[in-house]
Structures are given as structure tokens and as C-alpha cells.
Design a protein around this ligand. Sequence first.
Ligand SMILES: [Zn+2]
Length: 241
Amino acid sequence: MGAQSLTIGGLTKPDRAARLCEEVAVATTTLEVRTPAGTVPVTVVRKRVKNLNLRVHRDGTVSLSIPMRAPYAVAQDFLDRRAGWIAAHIERMRGRADARERANATADGLVPLWGRLKPAPGGAKEIEALYRREVARALPGAIARGEARVGAHAAGWQIRRMTSRWGSCTPARRTIRINSALAAYPPECLDYVVVHELTHLLEPSHNARFHALLDRFCPRNREIARILKRPAATVASNLLG
Ligand SMILES: [Zn+2]
């Protein structure tokens, strides 16, 4: 399940594969659009694109990429005209996020935790709280190991519930966000995402240099990235069998 996207003047390109993290954009600003469901902030990114491309992401956030020289007034007008579409797709993404969280619990009341199936602590809210607590407990160790491997230090870390990315890095502020849902996967997955995001402090984009560095800091990165594309409950069941 990818982000809902709408491109004007070109092909619609749904973002099928969940990206590990967002590539660093050239310039961003935030505009607001009034929709039937309330005022929605939209991250507007200038890119080397020909078209305006509007996306409602899986976590319900909205972004718009615009050509380098397009005025923000054009972007605002574009958003205002699509207020209804934006509200409808945010609503749809929220419904999917709730369904995914319910799907995390298996039929026999088990949830994946660090790659093992454990008794569920309750409903979706309790599972989310458990994951957040577990990542908060494990993160300092993962940061210490990651910083030693990468040789870079982040100024701040946040644990966030995200539905489209495992982590993200803002190199300019040296801040990193880590997805609380990583607690569902084997512990090496958290280590990998920490190393991946720290590597962005050395190389912001996903270019050849980035992958060469990542291969050095985390030789199993490709294998672990593949694990993170699978549902956590499947990964945990396979470990049991
Ligand atoms: Zn990345």
C-alpha cells in the first residue's frame, strides 16, 4: 500500500515501495489548505520536476512537489482547488492505519515483539504504547553502537509512530526520527535503521556514496531492508517455525 498521489500534467506515480526515509529535498516550506475536515498543513518541496505532484502519505501527512521556479501562489491555488480530494484521502489513510494496527495482533492474541510472538498487552493503543516503550529502552544502546560504527553523532533523536518510513534524518539539524513499530522486528532491524539514518549525516541522499558507506557500516543492510518490507507478524512466525 503506497501513498495516494495526484500528478497534474503528467502520469500519476503511486509510491508503491515504502521508502526507508525521505530523500533530502532542495527547499521546503509549509502551506495550509482549508478542507471540509479542517486546516491541513502541506509540505511544499521545490524539485527538479515538471509537474505539481500532490501526495497524501500513509501517516496522513500531505506533501506537494513543485517545479523549481513555480511561485508558491500557484501551489496554494493548486491546493485550494483540491481541498476535497485531500480531506477524502487523509480520511482513507487513517482508516488503513487503524486496520494495519489491528492486523498486527494475530488471531490467537499474539503480537510480534523484537521478532518473537508474545501475548498482546491489549488493543491497538496498548500495542503502540508497548512498542514505544520498548524502542525507548533499546534505542540508547543502538545509538551507542551506531555512532561508534558510523563515526557521526546526532544532536537529537525522536521516537515517532510513522506508517510510511522506518526512520528519517534532517542532516541540517542533525536530528533523527525512529519509527516505534521497529519494536515488532528482530533487534538488528533497529540497529540497521539507526546506522542508516546516521549515515545520512555523512551523505544526505541515497546515492552511490551513501550505499558504499552503508555497506561498510552495516554489511547486512540489504538483507535487513528486505526483512523490513515484510509484515512483522510474518517475520516473527517464521522465526518460530
Ligand atoms: Zn535514507
